[in-house]
Every structure is written in C-alpha cells, then in structure tokens.
Design a protein around this ligand. Structure first.
Ligand code: BG6
Length: 479
C-alpha cells in the first residue's frame, strides 16, 4: 500500500487525440486536416516542423492518421473498456473538420456533431466525464491553403464559430474543456501546432509569434464563450511541461535553464495571468517579431483567463550555455542534453519522477490555480507472449512512480490537482514518430507501423493494475 493521498472525486482516467485514434478521415462528411497529411517515415519531422510543405496525400508516403486505430467505428467497445477500468474521466479531442469540413463555413456538419454527441452520451452512460480538447494539433487544410493558417487573424473568427457551436450543442454533456493542446508546441512543430510552413521571403519566426498571438486571443475568446454559455464550464490551457535543469552550477547555465523554462511559461503567463509578461515583450521587440495586436486584444486576454492549468509531463530538460556542450539528444520535440542521473525510455526520453513533483510545484506556485495532469506515460514496445498475454511491468513501474510523485506534490506540498489522465490509454499512433510500435496503452491494439493488423483490442497487465489504482483512489499502487 502506498501512502499517497488523493482528494475525494479525483478524476482518474486516460487521454487520446482525434487524429491519433479516430481514423475515418473521409467519413461522415469530414474534411481534410493538417494532421491527416503528416506522413510516417523520415519526412515526418520535416513536415511537422514546417520545413517540408505537404498539404495533400501523395503516393510515396503512408499516412497513419487515415485509419489510426479506427476508434471512429469502435468507440463503443473502447469506452466500455475504459469503464471497466473505472475511468472517471476520458480526455479526447474534436476533429475540427468533422464539424466544419473546410473551417470557414457558417453552418456546421450535423453528422460530425452527432458523432461526438454519441461519444459523450456513451461516456455518461458509464459515469465517465468527457474532458475535451478543442484542438489537438488540428487545423483544416482549407484554412491553411486559403488563409495561411494561424498567422492570419481570420483564424480567430473561424475558431470562435467552432466554439460557439460546440459549447451550445454539448451544453450539459461536457463541462471540462482545453483550448489548444500543448500550445507551446507551435515553437517546435509549427505545422502541427498552427498550420505554418516556411515560405520564401517570409520571416518564419515572426509568423510563428503572430500565430501564437492569434491562438492566445482565440483561447481567451473560447473561455469567454464557454463561461457565457454555461457557468458550469471550466476551461483550461495546456502546456507541454517539464522543468529545465542547468547542466552545471555555472550561473550562465542556470540563466540558460531559466530562459528555457520561460519559453513555455510565456504562453501560460498570458492565458492564466491575462497579459504578456515583460520579458516576452522585450524579447519580441528586440528580435523584431512583435505581433500585430488589435486594441481590444488586451482586454480580451485580461478578462478571460483560464480556470485551471493542464499539462503533459514526460520528463525534464537539461541545457547548457556552452554551444560546444549542446549536443542535443532526442526529446518530445524539445531538445535536451542527456542527464547522467536519469534512465531513458526506448525512444530516448528521459524519465524523471522527482522532476514531475518539481514541475507540479513550479506550475502551482507560479499560477496558484488547480492543475490537471492530462498526459503522462511511457511509450514502449509491447510483445504478446505465447499465452496471448502482454506483461507490461515496465509501464506499471513508470506510472506507479509518477503517481507517487504526484501524490507527494498533493499530500506533502499542498499542490491542488484535479485529475490525472494517462496518455494513450489505448495504443494509438505516436505523434512524434507516426509509429504504432511506440505504445502507451492499457489496451493493446493489433496494428503495426505499416498499417497491418486486425485492430483487435486486448487488455494488458497494466489494465488490471490501473483498475485497482482507480478503485482505491490511488492508494493501492502495488502489482
Ligand atoms: C504529446 C502530445 O506531445 O505527447 C501527444 O500531446 C503525443 O499528441 C504525446 O502523442 C506522446 O508523444 P509521442 O510522440 O510518443 O506520441
């Protein structure tokens, strides 16, 4: 028995994103989105980062989001499995182009709206609360082709239209909303985060910050509408979080780490405090990338701050001020040095459980708002043994240690945390690599990197373990 203490009503569950699990990319009147045309294979990173333009399918690439794990047709079976584990909450995202296939229509696609309504009702059937990310790396292709993605101010209006429709339609079915998944990802993977790609003659950095401003204003407007439509609505921002350590105690390294953390905090400073922090204004000014802001933007940001701070946590970062030392290793699109004190996953992601506690404390102290951990988990290779079982002890170990660290943050440090949804509660397509082999789930899905497999679902050992964790409200972490 562990001695962690989670508050009554703590929201245990799992998380997914539409493009990584739905599939059915051309069904139900759905339009094409940026996330559909991000291929598997060596060009994936270049497309996500906006270094290689890809706005449609071609014959040379395989596009895993087309089918993903086919949750579009199997959501009832999947939600029943989540319910069997005792989920209190299910984090999912909307595919914008199911609701507005082009993005700039006035009226929504009823079939798309009905699809999500059915999902929400199915969740409620089991007492599962849906937690909905409005956009999880999702932007209609038409809006990219015609308007240039989020660097165009018109995007705010299209997003606002989407928000109006969903908040009204799903009133009473959904009360927890996230505006943009990992909003800071735009700095690292701008095509994925904002439909931006490098164009000759344009200042890409400037475009990025203009797009960021539009997303921040859109997020505040979404918060405003959500509160107006239903006072029970709670809206959160979402940060790809993780404290950053200095490589040495050289003050230069410490300063570098400090700056690196602020790159991410900047977004939440605006979304939670309601204004641009001075350090960001100064830097944008210095670099000549100050976005164009309209007069009333300031008021919109100030008056519509988020209710809670959500985050994904996979590990911490390590940086140096010395360019020689900075030989970057892999990370969740975030470059980091190798920390000699930490173990890594099979994909080179550094595992840091105490860093989780540090990160939670840092965020809570900075914003003094409840936190919601909406992603955490281990991407690993799973094998089905000769008895047809999947013994993923490594995953259980990882989650157990992270839940303990989160319990310490709550119990020993007084950090307020609303809930915890593990990433990829059912195996799904990896965002960074497009692989199926990088699995996070409690539920195995029979499909490989090239798209072969029966799509059959199978419970892993961690499925039974997580069920006990939820049943005991995080007190029983043994396996
Ligand atoms: C986060 C994203 O960056 O990390 C998810 O919000 C993503 O979409 C998750 O899947 C894990 O990353 P990956 O690359 O292992 O799928």
């Amino acid at each position: 028995m562990s001695n962690t203490r989670f508050p009554k009503g703590f929201l245990w569950g799992g998380a997914t994103a539409a493009n990584q699990c739905e599939g059915g990319y051309n069904e139900g009147g759905r339009g094409l989105a940026n996330v559909d045309v991000i291929p598997y294979g060596e060009d994936r990173y270049a497309v996500m980062a906006g270094k290689m333009k890809m706005l449609d399918f071609d014959n040379e690439h395989y596009y895993p989001a087309k089918e993903s794990i086919d949750m579009y047709h199997r959501f009832k079976e999947d939600i029943a499995l989540f319910a069997e584990m005792g989920f209190k909450v299910f984090r999912m995202s909307l595919s914008w182009t199911r609701i507005f296939p082009m993005g700039d229509e006035e009226l929504p696609n009823e079939e798309g709206l009905r699809f999500y309504e059915e999902i929400f009702k199915e969740c409620h059937k089991y007492g599962i609360e849906p937690l909905v990310t409005i956009t999880h790396f999702d932007c209609p292709i038409h809006l990219i082709k015609k308007y240039g993605g989020w660097k165009n101010r018109k995007m705010i209006g299209f997003y606002e239209n989407l928000c109006n429709v969903i908040f009204n339609r799903y009133k009473g079915l959904v009360t927890h909303w996230l505006t943009f998944n990992e909003i800071n990802m735009i700095l690292h993977l701008p095509f994925m985060g904002a439909g931006l790609y490098e164009e000759e003659g344009r200042n890409f950095e400037k475009d990025k910050y203009q797009a960021i401003h539009h997303e921040l204003v859109a997020s505040a407007i979404a918060t405003k509408i959500a509160h107006e439509v239903d006072k029970n609505n709670k809206v959160g921002c979402m940060l790809a979080a993780g404290s950053v350590y200095p490589n040495t105690c050289d003050p230069k390294d410490v300063w570098e780490a400090y700056k690196s953390e602020r790159e991410g905090y900047f977004f939440i400073d605006v979304q939670s405090r309601g204004y641009y922090p001075n350090y960001a204004l100064k830097e944008m000014e210095r670099k000549g990338i100050m976005p164009i802001m309209e007069v009333h933007d300031k008021d919109i940001l100030r008056e519509n701050t988020v209710d809670f701070i959500s985050l994904s946590y996979y590990g911490t970062g390590l940086v140096s001020a010395d360019p020689e030392v900075n030989k970057f290793t892999e990370g969740n699109a975030f470059p980091t040095l190798k920390n000699p004190y930490l173990k890594t996953s099979e994909w080179g992601w550094q595992i840091d459980t105490l860093g989780f506690r540090t990160t939670l404390n840092a965020l809570y102290e900075r914003y003094e708002k409840p936190l919601f951990v909406v992603e955490n988990g281990l991407g690993a290779v799973d094998t089905v043994d000769e008895n047809g079982e999947i013994n993923d002890d490594y995953r259980i170990e990882y989650l157990k240690e992270h839940i303990e660290a989160m319990g310490d943050a709550i119990d020993k440090d007084g950090v307020e945390i609303i809930g915890y949804t593990t990433w990829g509660c059912i195996d799904l397509v990896s965002a960074s690599s497009g692989e199926m082999k990088k699995r996070y789930g409690f539920i195995y899905v029979d499909k490989d990197n090239d798209g072969h497999g029966t799509l059959e679902r199978k419970k892993k050992k961690s499925f039974y373990w997580y069920k006990k964790v939820i049943e005991s409200n995080g007190e029983n972490l043994e396996f």
